[in-house]
Design a protein around this ligand. Structure first.
Ligand SMILES: NC(=O)c1ccc[n+]([C@@H]2O[C@H](COP(=O)([O-])OP(=O)(O)OC[C@H]3O[C@@H](n4cnc5c(N)ncnc54)[C@H](O)[C@@H]3O)[C@@H](O)[C@H]2O)c1
Length: 404
């Protein structure tokens, strides 16, 4: 790209992530111009334009956007099941693509994207923002520097209170998100793959269930003649429900009646009574080649918010709290004594990871960097997530090779 030319970018999917994360980050940059906003819901696209205060053209489909715009790059922030087809389409337009995680909800689709990315002269980068988190970058360096020796065991326990919101939206349906082992777990499986230097995953066993976020889990008495929901804003019980997610007046411009009339998408459906076919907690175990093992525990109830990692090598153990930006290193035999690394927190969403991700993508588009995540990486984490989903449904260990 010419040095002083602004990157012409389009955002496909002007929901929370498209607007509140990427849109907000892009408008702060001098080297980017958001020239197109695309959403199947015209109310949301219009709100995005007003909210971001940009002179972008609005579109209801990526095809229409491609006919009318000359773009350098797109950011895809639609529901997960569309990432595959939209990324493929975008690569065929010769646009650089940043697709939020997961790359795909079915591992079989990943191969097509890997091929398309190789055939195209442009880059396909995945929104694996956790890799940009300062504490995880420090942990990766610790491992790469050999401080823990040869790593053979990894664990992540993830607590995400906001995960309850998954049960309020499309994320709760397997066909839209691939299930939470893909939707959420693709981040975490990618972090294992990256920290461990991409050993080949062989098989996965997982257990998961909805234990709390179901009608029997409602933590107060219902009154005769008053059903909860459908959304929190109109719910009879909103004053007593501690899980309510009430949309503000500003939120309602994008997610209120006018938007719902277009597509029926209610952003804050009751998390207890909503239909769902994914889980609110579970455990997945991955066996990699070389005897490396990882376990990922995810819990979307409770108030704790953290990712707690334990990494074990033949020369030491590291324990990490992402929430506290703290790594505790326990060398084997305690020769040097235990020590704590407090990583300075960075500004911005997801602990500063989102601004760093966007910055890398802009440098990629300018030809100044290559992406730190590829379609191959996206496929690997989706495959582990899909295997976990099959495992928990079919109560068996799933070989990754079954998916291809
Ligand atoms: N990396 C992260 O930390 C992170 C965090 C949250 C969400 N995400 C990912 O971001 C993506 C978006 O999630 P969200 O929470 O913003 O969802 P959202 O529901 O708030 O927004 C999705 C938007 O996509 C629009 N859309 C649906 N089909 C479309 C189509 N064919 N073309 C254009 N627009 C379409 C919807 O109308 C909606 O406005 C998901 O893939 C999710 O997995 C990533």
């Amino acid at each position: 790209m010419e040095e002083n030319k602004k990157i012409r970018i389009g955002i496909v999917g002007t929901g929370s992530r498209g607007v509140d994360c990427f849109g907000q980050l892009l408008i702060k940059r001098d080297d980017v111009e958001i020239v197109a906003l695309c959403d199947i819901n015209p109310v949301r696209a219009k709100f995005a334009k007003e909210h971001l205060n940009v002179a972008a053209n609005l579109y209801n489909s990526i095809e229409e956007m491609a006919q009318k715009e000359t773009l350098d790059a797109v950011i895809i922030t639609t529901p997960d099941y569309l990432h595959h087809s939209l990324s493929l389409y975008a690569l065929k337009q010769n646009w650089h693509v940043l697709v939020d995680k997961p790359l795909c909800t079915k591992a079989a689709d990943g191969a097509e994207l890997i091929r398309a990315a190789k055939e195209c002269s442009k880059h396909l980068m995945i929104g694996f923002n956790l890799r940009h988190h300062a504490t995880l970058k420090r942990l990766k360096k610790l491992i790469d520097d050999g401080e823990l020796g040869k790593v053979f065991l990894a664990e992540n326990r993830e607590f995400y209170d906001g995960g309850r919101t998954y049960m309020a939206r499309w994320n709760r349906f397997y066909e839209k998100s691939g299930g939470l082992w893909i939707h959420k777990g693709s981040h975490d499986f990618d972090i294992f793959n990256w920290l461990l230097d991409f050993p080949k995953p062989l098989r996965v066993t997982a257990f998961a269930a909805v234990n709390v976020l179901k009608p029997e889990g409602i933590p107060f008495e219902l009154e005769a003649g008053h059903e909860p929901g459908p959304g929190c804003n109109t719910c009879y019980y909103k004053d007593k429900c501690k899980d309510k997610w009430e949309l503000t007046e500003d939120n309602l411009k994008a997610w209120g009646d006018e938007a719902v009339a277009q597509d029926g998408y209610l952003k804050n459906t009751c998390i207890y009574t909503s239909e769902k076919d994914t889980h609110d907690n579970g455990i997945a175990m991955v066996e990699y080649e070389g005897g490396i093992k990882a376990s990922h525990f995810e819990c979307f109830i409770g108030t704790k918010n953290d990712r707690c990692y334990t990494i074990v090598g033949d020369r030491g153990v590291a324990e990490v709290s992402l929430h506290h930006n703290r790594i505790t290193v326990m060398p084997r035999w305690n020769e040097k004594g235990n020590y704590v690394i407090d990583v300075p927190p960075e500004d911005g969403s997801h602990g500063g990871a989102d601004p760093s991700l966007v910055d890398m993508f802009c440098r990629v588009v300018r030809g100044e960097a290559i992406p730190n995540s590829t379609a191959e990486h996206g496929l690997l984490s989706s495959a582990i997530g899909q295997a976990a989903e099959i495992s928990r449904r079919e109560h068996r260990t799933v070989e990754i090779s079954e998916l291809f």
